[in-house]
Design a protein around this ligand. Structure first.
Ligand SMILES: Cc1cc2nc3c(=O)[nH]c(=O)nc-3n(C[C@H](O)[C@H](O)[C@H](O)COP(=O)(O)OP(=O)(O)OC[C@H]3O[C@@H](n4cnc5c(N)ncnc54)[C@H](O)[C@@H]3O)c2cc1C
Length: 353
């Protein structure tokens, strides 16, 4: 089958990888393969630290379970090592009130069967010696993980080349549809036709698909300095060690597609990180990045399947985490004709009326 994927973020490329590996002929059309949120993401695989519940938690757990094999496929096809670990994330309570909430929520997750370790002041510093003396405790969520999103995107792009997936740079301006069928996709340079279409256009999905998706701007710092052993997640800062550098994230701003790095944003990131880990004051600033989380009115993704198309957008704060399960939804539908239950949970019909 000829499959056209619009969008080359983590959702589009993961789907392209798996479809190409299953023998489909895949073309990716993208306006700009570096503008996606996927290139700047923190790469935390953190559904419990993110306090997800219900269908969002189920989606996350399914995706976490697929992650190891997904990274294996990416590495095997691309020949590139992608930093990925499942050593757990430290969910800190920076203020007393936050700590109480962290413990209460963790208890609920423990009852659901997740790996939860409650840590007091001395235990948390044994886990992470660089933490500020002021931090009284937190929780180790042992199921959570961390992936280098930038490396993953580099490797996915190389994998496209290895698999013969064509990447066409074009701006899709119209999707011609009749009822539940896509007839063609019009770009500024060409018109594209395929047997099946996948739309993975992230924050830009309102313009192309008329769906209620909007950009949530995030600034994030890349630094070199004291490297914590584990991801340290709190309300005021995310400190995310990778191989050879650390990410300090992330702002969350309602600022449209404003690509500027602002002093206010950068200042708040430094303040938050240094409060949690004072020795980061000495860190060298390597880069300041900005990206747009694909937000939706209820913070949940939007999945929709027509006769010959699939929409996978609105991955908001967790698109790196949800990439493998998004790709699985596509594969099951296209190759086996099996409709994932998540197509009902996250249907755009919830916004109608
Ligand atoms: C600062 C920050 C930190 C984050 N941290 C995490 C984290 O720790 N963990 C996590 O899981 N997630 C995180 N996220 C969220 C995650 O990055 C996103 O949910 C995910 O990257 C979305 O992927 P995507 O493929 O849907 O979209 P994108 O990566 O945004 O890609 C969309 C693609 O579609 C293309 N496109 C759009 N419109 C058109 C068009 N009309 N024609 C052609 N091409 C088009 C764009 O050019 C782009 O290539 C973070 C995001 C930000 C900004």
């Amino acid at each position: 089958m000829n499959i056209l994927i619009v969008g080359s973020g983590v959702v589009g490329l993961s789907t392209a990888l798996d479809l190409a590996l299953s023998g489909e002929r895949v073309t990716v059309v993208t306006r700009n393969y570096e503008e996606g949120a996927s290139w700047v993401a923190g790469g935390m695989l953190a559904p419990l630290s993110e306090e997800l519940e219900g269908d969002l938690l189920d989606l996350s757990v399914d995706s976490l379970n697929l992650y190891g094999d997904f990274i294996g496929r990416v590495e095997e096809v691309s020949g590139i090592k992608v930093f990925f670990e499942r050593e757990g994330i430290l969910r800190l309570g920076v203020e007393e009130e936050e700590l109480g909430e962290v413990y209460r929520r963790a208890e609920r997750y423990r009852e659901m069967g997740f790996k939860v370790e409650k840590l007091g002041p001395s235990e948390i510093r044994a886990e992470e010696p660089y933490l500020s003396e002021k931090i009284e405790g937190g929780v180790l969520y042992g199921d959570e993980g961390n992936v280098d999103a930038e490396k993953l995107m580099d490797a996915l792009l190389i994998a496209m080349n290895q698999l013969g997936v064509r990447i066409v740079v074009d701006d899709v301006v119209e999707v011609e549809k009749r009822d539940r069928r896509v007839e063609s996709v019009k770009g500024l340079k060409d018109v594209y036709r395929a047997d099946f279409y996948v739309f993975a256009t992230g924050s830009w999905s309102r313009a192309t698909l008329n769906l209620p998706v909007f950009p949530v701007k995030g600034q994030i710092l890349k630094v070199k300095g004291p490297e914590p052993r584990k991801v340290c997640y709190s309300r005021i800062s995310y400190i995310i060690p990778k191989e050879g550098y650390v990410l300090l994230g992330a702002t969350s701003e309602d600022a449209g597609f404003d690509t500027r790095n602002t002093l206010e944003g950068v200042g708040s990131l430094i303040d938050g990180a240094v409060k949690v880990m004072p020795s980061l004051k000495e860190a060298e600033l390597l880069d300041i990045k900005v990206g747009f989380r694909p937000g939706t009115p209820d913070g949940k993704p939007i999945f929709d399947a027509g006769d010959n198309y699939l929409v996978l957008v609105g991955h908001y704060r967790n698109g790196i985490l949800w990439a493998p399960v998004s790709s699985r939804i596509a594969l099951d539908l296209i190759q086996k004709g099996v409709r994932s239950r998540y197509l009902d949970s996250f249907s755009p019909s919830r916004f109608e009326g």
